[in-house]
Design a protein around this ligand. Structure first.
Ligand code: SF4
Ligand code: SF4
Length: 293
């Protein structure tokens, strides 16, 4: 079983369009498990209309809870809280669960010993079935952090499922940025595919995400999306890859078919035989041997 993670620096690079098309092409050749590691804004599910088979709450940290009956109203908790999470209304002290970071400073400082640290549910994860195969996905509740931990959980569950199903591939839709969720999405993958957009910020993002992959010793390859929109910048990214011996797997053209397919809830390769669909088929043809398949 091989694991391919697709990353895009920031949102809007067309990463999910690429992931969905690759999923469709992979699924025609072997058993696939999909993992949506973008837990802050999961949208692979929107495209694949998953049927949820199992769901579970995710406890990613803790939050302070004040026992009002034992509180002596000294205000120490409010003084020590660096996140302004302790509220005082008419002398009654309570904790704003959204603002609480679970640092436990108030718990240790309270002279009355009336602040407990309790597990905080910060999201949910699901195991679902889609027309292209199993999907493990998750949702982080608004205002919650710990997305790195939730991505690790999604990755783990996808691997367990892939082993159970004797799947040939795990395809991971990675999170944007370079923080904990990306690290959790990349770690242990067999190959990281970077979807770069031909802009100044796209080139900068590419550099930073490649740094994460290199740090975790995950081989990387690059594909440029909408390369024809800015051929000059696209050529610069190609030169950047050549200088670093990074496999450049192709330049995908801008194609209205991407948006049309999205609106229909289909992948580009299902909905179109146009230039983008053909370029994506070409991308899969070169990716597959890189996965040792
Ligand atoms: S646990 Fe930390 S963040 Fe939460 S209320 Fe206490 S001091 Fe504030
Ligand atoms: S520190 Fe403890 S006793 Fe003092 S106000 Fe906060 S909860 Fe109440």
């Amino acid at each position: 079983m091989k694991q391919l993670v697709v990353l895009g620096g920031k949102g809007g690079t067309g990463k999910t369009t690429v992931v969905a098309a690759l999923a469709q092409l992979m699924a025609t050749e072997g058993r696939l498990v999909l993992a949506d590691a973008d837990v802050d804004a999961p949208n692979l599910g929107l495209l694949l209309a998953p049927e949820v088979l199992y769901g579970e709450r995710f406890v990613g940290g803790s939050e302070a809870v004040i026992d009002e009956t034992a509180c002596i109203g000294c205000g120490t908790c409010q003084d020590v809280c660096r996140y302004d999470a302790v509220l005082a209304t008419d002398g009654v002290y309570t904790v704003d669960a959204i603002a609480c970071e679970g640092c436990a400073a108030c718990h240790y400082a309270c002279p009355a010993g009336c602040i407990d640290m309790e597990p905080a549910e910060s999201g949910e994860w699901y195991r679902s079935m889609t027309r292209l195969g199993d999907l493990v996905h998750a949702r982080l509740f608004a205002g919650q952090e710990n997305s790195g931990k939730l991505v690790s959980l999604v990755r783990h569950q996808a691997q367990v499922l892939a082993q159970d199903r004797d799947a040939r591939w795990v395809l991971i839709d990675g999170s944007p940025g370079i923080g904990c969720p990306v690290i959790a999405a990349v770690t242990g993958a067999d190959l990281a595919l970077m979807v770069a957009e031909p802009t100044v910020s796209g080139q900068h993002d590419l550099d930073r995400v490649l740094g994460v992959a290199a740090h975790f010793r995950v081989p990387a390859a690059v594909v440029i999306n909408k390369g024809d929109i800015n051929p000059g910048r696209s050529a610069e990214i190609e030169a950047y890859c050549r200088e670093r011996d990074l496999p450049m797997l192709g330049v995908l053209p801008y194609d209205d078919a991407a948006m049309a397919a999205m609106r229909q809830g289909r992948t580009v390769t299902e909905a179109s035989d146009g230039p983008l669909a053909q370029a994506l088929r070409g991308l899969w043809a070169v990716l597959k041997p890189m996965l040792g398949q």
